[in-house]
Design a protein around this ligand. Sequence first.
Ligand code: DQA
Length: 146
Amino acid sequence: MSTLLLLNGPNLGILGRREPEIYGTDTLADIEKAVAAEVSGAGWEVLSLQHDSEGDLVRDINRLHDSVGAIVNPGALMMAGWSLRDSLAAYPRPWIEVHLSNVWAREQFRHESVIAPLASGIVVGLGSLGYRLAARALLELVERNP
Ligand code: DQA
């Protein structure tokens, strides 16, 4: 069975109670379920991993090169996560960067992502819907380029 990685960085484990006016009220478990529902028809399973430390994300990305693709919300690592960036550069499958909030409508320090230039695509500002849209996009990308 093909495995889709759902990777979330620091502070995303407390979604639902983390600044809900910015990030919404869906929990990570809600998002996992929604993404799994999007891809189950294609026979994909979802492996959801959330880490508050960059090294743990890097280790998981490097050990899971046999996955079919990835959805990545790097959280604040978007701004300076250089080792995360390098692990994604070596990741051999398509992956999509997701941010729940519209980072460009927020503080200046959130306006640059060190991983964005490597992503197959980026979904920003659509809340938890962004993860589902990223899952749909990956289904299409993988179908076109298995
Ligand atoms: C975020 C945006 C980041 O700037 C922030 O540090 C997060 C969440 C988002 O999903 O909107 O942790 O990635």
